[in-house]
Design a binder for this molecule. Structure first.
Ligand code: NI
Length: 253
């Protein structure tokens, strides 16, 4: 049994077969899914999907790519959505200086606003960070009571240690099955298993040997296999611990 802690089933790439695919997940070994919201509209869709499937939960938040779409009413609308019983975290939020789809000062302000929201509603956060480590850690440092998970963690072991010491979880997906993923693999090999989460980030980041296809939670077993190899543990131990970690972080009974 695996827990896919970060998926995007609201993505249009699932329009053709979303319901059939979601319905097939428990039999395919994936018994819990967190669908990450990435804009106000996608967060609303994530909650709708969570309403239809007992094993699907949702995060509510605005991705740094969409930070420029937020206005004065956004935080209040997000807060309202976070009252939904299946909204388990604020996310995905953060900074992305690789694509710079929103201006950096806007990204920083909206990231700050949403961390403040997480603090006030007492929920964990799901962080997206790309090529923006120093600024991300600076902003995170301003909220010592807020923790959660860095999704698709791609930072150094130094950054990982800093986050682990402050109670954060680190999540990994298909990237650790790629040949050129030395840094992520090094972090998995060295980190404590009680902070590890698994994810697909589907429809993106399909693991080997399925690269090129659309990703789905049905391929998550490849990430679990690779994590087991890197940590020197059995597949069952990885599955069991990451399930337990995810439930604890997201407050799922
Ligand atoms: Ni994502």
């Amino acid at each position: 049994m695996l827990f896919d802690t970060h998926a995007h089933y609201d993505d249009p790439r699932f329009d053709e077969d979303r319901d059939a695919l979601l319905a097939s997940l428990p039999a395919g070994g994936v018994t819990l899914v967190v669908n990450a919201g990435s804009s106000e509209a996608s967060s609303a869709l994530a909650l709708e999907i969570a309403d239809r499937y007992p094993f699907v939960y949702a995060t509510v938040g605005v991705h740094p790519h969409d930070a420029k779409e937020m206005d004065e009413g956004s935080v209040a609308r997000l807060e309202d959505m976070l009252r939904h019983p299946k909204a388990v975290a604020v996310g995905e939020i953060g900074l992305d200086y690789h694509y710079d789809n929103s201006p950096r000062d806007v990204q920083k302000q909206r990231f700050y606003d949403q961390l403040a929201l997480a603090q006030s509603v007492k929920k964990p956060v799901v962080i997206h960070e790309r090529d923006a480590t120093a600024d991300t850690l600076d902003i995170v440092r301003a909220f010592p009571d807020v923790t959660g998970v860095f999704h698709c963690f791609s930072g150094s072991w130094e950054t990982a240690k800093w986050l682990l010491a402050r109670g954060w979880h680190l999540s990994f997906g298909g990237v650790i099955t790629f040949k050129n993923a030395r840094r992520a693999c090094e972090v998995v090999a060295r980190m404590p298993i009680d902070r590890l989460l698994l994810e697909t980030d589907c429809p993106y980041l399909t693991p080997e040997p399925f690269r090129g296809r659309r990703n789905s939670s049905l391929y998550l077993y490849r990430v679990a296999e690779r994590a087991a190899e890197l940590m020197g543990l059995s597949y069952e131990q990885i599955a069991e611990k990451t399930m337990e970690n995810g439930k604890r972080l997201f407050g799922i009974a």
